[in-house]
Structure formats: structure tokens, C-alpha cells
Design a protein around this ligand. Structure first.
Ligand code: RIB
Length: 311
């Protein structure tokens, strides 16, 4: 079983020709709401990947914004451990998506900021704990240490980027970051491979957008090129990657296989609007992976390995 501990937000989304610069007003299209939050998106992606019971520890307000989030997660089969801090509002995110599917996100954490060490449920029966950084860092550190002591594999998606203490990093088995987060944690010197090697965790995965992703596990490196799709909205693609990756690893798949599954799921998540609304089911990922590829995968892999400076 996988336990996800993290944020849940209601996303308020508007499409616009471009993301406004500071001081600029942009006229957008219709406004929509979607269930979101990095933690909740990852829990839902883990559940939809199939084959692994998924639980989530989350904090919600006693307001109307909580209901669509709960409905989305329960609809995907996620078992909820819900904290309802008195007087706190459900977390919200304000998202502008541009015509290329890129986004800019501002989060009002609300109840997410109230998750504390004492809220962690009993860990018996769980093999993996998956977390992100939209809940307080001391809470993430306390959960990671408790999970490590209980023998779980601790997976941390270090997003949004922030400095991590040695105590937290020492409790993490697998770190998942994008390139900006990797360089924020490992320093800016050298190649992606150099940065992966400098981090103390046993395994690190870095997502590199349209290029694909690269991982270090022990002394070994893996590279997975991205899948080409018609991009509508990239919101939640990284979360889909994390949830699918952990679901595959929890099913004891190899890192190479897990990266392929996660990359395919993340690509499909870019083809529809919204975060949780766009997370694919296992059958969709299977069908997508069985389609013939129209790109030169060997050449893309070589370019990815060169970009990342892989040995
Ligand atoms: O990663 C995407 C998510 O970031 C959105 O769903 C939003 O809620 C923010 O947490």
C-alpha cells in the first residue's frame, strides 16, 4: 500500500493567450475549477495507475471547496485520512494556462499549512510514503523520519523548490525533482549527471520537460525520452509522473520500467485541461504505449544522454 501525505487544493483556472507579466492585465477565456494540489494529484495518479491500494493524509477546510476534492479522490478509490483544522479554509490555487499549455500558479495553502507531525496515521501495511513540499517542512521531515523508522521507502517530490535540511535528505530513499529544483538542491555546477551524483539520496529522478527524464539509482543511470502528444495543459503532469512512478515501484517494477510508465502517464496528462481531471487510467497508458512511435527514439535518447552528461 502507498500512503501519500500532502496538499489538496481547489484549482481556479483561466486560459489566456499568455501568462501576464508583473503589472499586466490579460483578457482570458472561461473560468473553470478543478480538483488539484500536488499531494492529491499524486495520490490520484497512484490510484489510477492501478494495482496498488492508495491512502492519502490531507487537510481540508469545513467549506464548500472541500467537497469536489474529496469526490475526485474517493472516485479514484483513494482512502482518505482527513484532518479538518478549525477555522481553516480549503487550500486554493490560482492558475493561468497559456496557449502553449504552460502555466503560472499561486497557491493559498489554507488548511494544508495545518498538517502536523501528530496527524500521521499508523504506518503498518504501507510500503511507500510519497510527499511533496506544499505542507510545512518540519511536518514533511517528521513524517519522513517516522516512515524511515517504520521501514517504508520514502519518496519526496521536492516541489515547490526550497532548501532541504540534511535530516530530511537522510530519510529520503527516492527524490524526484525537475531541473530547476535539482540545481537549487545540488548547486549549479556541472551537468545534470553531476548534480544527481552530488545529492546524498540513494536514488534521484530528474524530469527534463520535453527531453524526458534521467535517474540515478546507486551508481547506475537511467534515461527515458518523453512521449510526443498534443499539449493542452501541463498542469499536474509532474504530479502524474510522481504518482505513476511510485505505483510502479511499489509493484516492484524496475526503475527503467517505472520511468517509462510514468513518462507515458505524464504525457497523456498534458492532453486535457485540469490537474486531476487529466490523469489517465492504467488502460489508457497501456493503449498509448502499445501505439507505434513516430519519432526516432534512438536519436532522442542519444540527445537526452548528451544533454544530461550521462557517462
Ligand atoms: O502541480 C500542480 C498543482 O500545483 C495544482 O493542482 C495546484 O493546486 C498546485 O498545487
Amino acid at each position: 500500500m502507498v500512503l501519500v501525505a500532502g496538499s489538496a487544493n481547489l484549482d481556479f483556472v483561466v486560459r489566456a493567450p499568455h501568462i501576464p507579466a508583473p503589472g499586466e492585465t490579460v483578457l482570458g477565456g472561461a473560468f473553470q475549477t478543478f480538483a488539484g494540489g500536488k499531494g492529491a494529484n499524486q495520490a490520484l495518479a497512484c490510484a489510477r495507475a492501478g494495482g496498488m491500494a492508495t491512502h492519502m493524509l490531507l487537510a481540508l477546510g469545513e467549506d464548500a471547496f472541500a467537497a469536489p476534492i474529496e469526490a475526485s479522490l474517493r472516485g479514484a478509490g483513494v482512502t482518505l485520512h482527513t484532518v479538518r483544522p478549525h477555522g481553516a479554509a480549503t487550500g486554493t490555487a490560482f492558475i493561468c494556462v497559456d496557449d502553449h499549455g504552460e502555466n503560472a500558479i499561486t497557491v493559498a495553502p489554507g488548511a494544508n499549512a495545518c498538517l502536523q507531525a501528530a496527524h500521521l496515521p499508523p504506518l503498518q501495511g504501507f510500503s511507500h510514503l510519497l510527499m511533496q513540499l506544499e505542507i510545512p517542512l518540519p511536518t514533511v521531515t517528521a513524517y519522513a523520519r517516522a516512515a524511515q523508522t517504520a521501514g517504508l521507502r520514502v519518496v519526496l517530490n521536492a516541489a515547490p523548490a526550497q532548501a532541504l535540511g540534511p535530516e530530511l535528505l537522510a530519510a529520503v530513499d527516492l527524490l524526484v525533482v525537475n531541473e530547476g529544483e535539482l540545481r537549487a538542491l545540488a548547486g549549479n555546477q556541472g551537468s545534470v549527471a553531476d548534480c544527481l551524483t552530488r545529492l546524498p539520496c540513494p536514488a534521484v529522478v530528474v524530469t527534463l520537460g520535453a527531453r524526458g527524464c534521467v535517474a540515478r539509482q546507486g551508481d547506475g543511470f537511467y534515461a527515458q525520452t518523453s512521449f510526443h502528444v498534443q499539449v493542452v495543459d501541463t498542469t499536474g503532469a509532474g504530479d502524474t509522473f510522481c504518482g505513476s512512478l511510485v505505483a510502479a515501484l511499489a509493484r516492484q517494477h524496475t526503475m527503467g520500467h517505472a520511468l517509462r510508465q510514468a513518462s507515458a502517464a505524464a504525457a497523456l496528462a498534458c492532453t486535457q485541461m485540469g490537474a486531476q481531471s487529466s490523469v489517465p487510467h492504467a488502460a489508457d497508458v497501456l493503449a498509448f504505449l502499445s501505439q507505434p512511435s513516430h519519432v526516432d527514439e534512438a536519436q532522442a535518447l542519444l540527445a537526452l544522454r548528451q544533454f544530461a552528461g550521462l557517462p
